[in-house]
Each structure stands twice: as C-alpha cells, then as structure tokens.
Design a protein around this ligand. Structure first.
Ligand SMILES: Nc1ncnc2c1ncn2[C@@H]1O[C@H](COP(=O)(O)OP(=O)(O)OP(=O)(O)O)[C@@H](O)[C@H]1O
Length: 233
C-alpha cells in the first residue's frame, strides 16, 4: 500500500536521504532500523508532509503523495505517531485523544474514542487526568491512541520505545504486535533492532540515507554484518 521510490530529501545543501526505496504491503508490519542520525526522523518528516522531498516518489494505494500537504496525507489515512510523543501536558487524556479526530464529526469522534479506550483501558481510567501526569509508557500509549483516533489505514511509529524502561519497552512492542494482529499495517521506525525484528515481518536497515540491507525479519536477523554492527555478535 505504501511505495517509496528513490526518495531524496535533506536540509538546505545537506542531503540526508539519498535515494531510498521501501514498501509496506497490506497487513504488514515493516521495520526501518538504524542508529542515531541516519535519517529515520527525516524520512518520517517527508512521509508526513512536514519536509518536502527533493526527488523521488511516495505513493499510497497508488495515489501520488509526494509534495502533498500534511492534511491531505492524514486524509488519505497515513497517520504518524511522532518521536517524543508530542502530547499536550496540560490538556486531559480525553482532550488529547479528541485532537486526533478533530476533522471528524462528533459521532465519529466518540465512536473512535470508545474504540481507543477499549484498546487502552488505562487511558479510559485516566481520561480526565492531565496528560503530563501520565507515566512515560502511558504517554506513549496516549500518542498511539491519538494516532488511532485519526482512523489510520497505515500507522507510522517513530521510535515508540525511546526513553522507556526495559519492562515498558516489552509492553510497548507487545502492543504494537497486537495492533498489527488486529489488521493494522504498521511502519515501525526504530533503533531497537532486537525487539523490532521480533515484531516485524520485514525490515530495512538504513545507513547514510540509503537502505543498506532488507529482507524478511529472519533474513535480516541472521545477516552476519548486522549481527556484528548492531547486535555485537
Ligand atoms: N533541521 C535540521 N537541519 C539540519 N540538519 C538536520 C536537521 N534535522 C536533522 N538534521 C541532520 O540530518 C541527519 C539525520 O537526522 P535524523 O533526525 O533524520 O536522524 P535519525 O535517524 O532520526 O536520528 P535520531 O535517532 O537521533 O532521531 C543528522 O545528521 C542530523 O544532524
């Protein structure tokens, strides 16, 4: 459903993405993995319409989205949960969630809210609480819940495990796997190679703005170069 071809993007004269190809099929969970500064966030900025591509193509269900506005991208169902969660700490959990559905009518908003509360009972329990008082794991759930409120056809997660304790990281990946089991396609952009490869069906390793390695999670996990560089084996 998502096809990215020969994508080039950067900041001024600094090119960060240098001809990147990737795809996500219906029902898949695909990981884009790489260490600090390889261009993961830059890729997400381009996919969400915040940063303009210099060259290449982004298609979603055949529709060309390169150069489209963020509003059109969201309308197409390509929904991103940004790195660092970007929740509003002084607003309640419910108000934060409702922002995710602000383009929908009241009825749709409230049925989306029920669906999110069913997926995240902890958010229901804390719906009236200021979002800033939630734990780090709960804030990440809130960010994902807000993404779900926008009725995603594909969910892009930018480093969802960042800053979480090991136990919460386990919980977060279990949640991501569950959302995908329920049929939601996911592009998982992560530094956590081990956990992501357990969850993903396919993976891409991003290095210097290009795909250095790709294949099934199994193939990528067993690649000798990856084992040496990322897993210290
Ligand atoms: N606004 C910007 N202006 C100039 N250069 C930038 C800007 N944002 C990022 N960069 C540079 O682009 C490169 C890729 O950054 P990017 O944030 O995409 O990496 P990343 O893989 O997401 O890393 P991290 O895991 O640290 O978020 C880095 O060298 C970074 O310094």
């Amino acid at each position: 459903m998502l096809e990215v071809r020969a994508l080039r993007a950067g900041y001024g004269s600094t090119e960060v993405l240098r001809g990147l190809d990737l795809s996500v099929g219906a029902g898949e969970i695909v990981a884009v993995l790489g260490s600090n500064g390889v261009g993961k966030t830059t890729l997400n900025k381009v996919l969400s319409g915040i940063l303009r591509a210099n060259d290449g193509e982004i298609r979603f269900d055949g529709k060309l989205l390169t150069g489209a506005s963020s509003a059109d991208i969201v309308e197409a169902g390509l929904i991103q949960v940004p790195e660092g969660r970007k929740i509003f700490p002084n607003m309640s959990v419910r108000e934060n969630l409702e922002l995710g559905s602000y383009r929908r009518g009241r009825k749709r908003r409230s049925s989306n809210l029920e669906r999110v509360f069913d997926t995240f009972p902890r958010l229901r329990e804390r719906s009236g609480q200021a979002a800033g008082t939630l734990s780090g794991g709960e804030q990440q759930m809130l960010a994902i819940g807000r993404g779900m409120m926008a009725e995603p056809r594909l969910l892009i997660l930018d480093e969802p495990s960042l800053g979480l304790s090991p136990l919460l990281v386990e919980e977060m990946f279990a949640l991501i796997c569950r959302l995908n089991d329920e049929g939601l396609p996911i592009l998982l952009v992560e530094q956590n190679v081990v956990q992501s490869l357990e969850c993903a069906s396919r993976a891409y390793i991003l290095e210097n703005g290009m795909i250095a390695l790709s294949g099934s999670a199994e193939q990528v996990r067993n690649d000798p170069e990856l084992k040496r560089a990322y897993l210290g084996m």
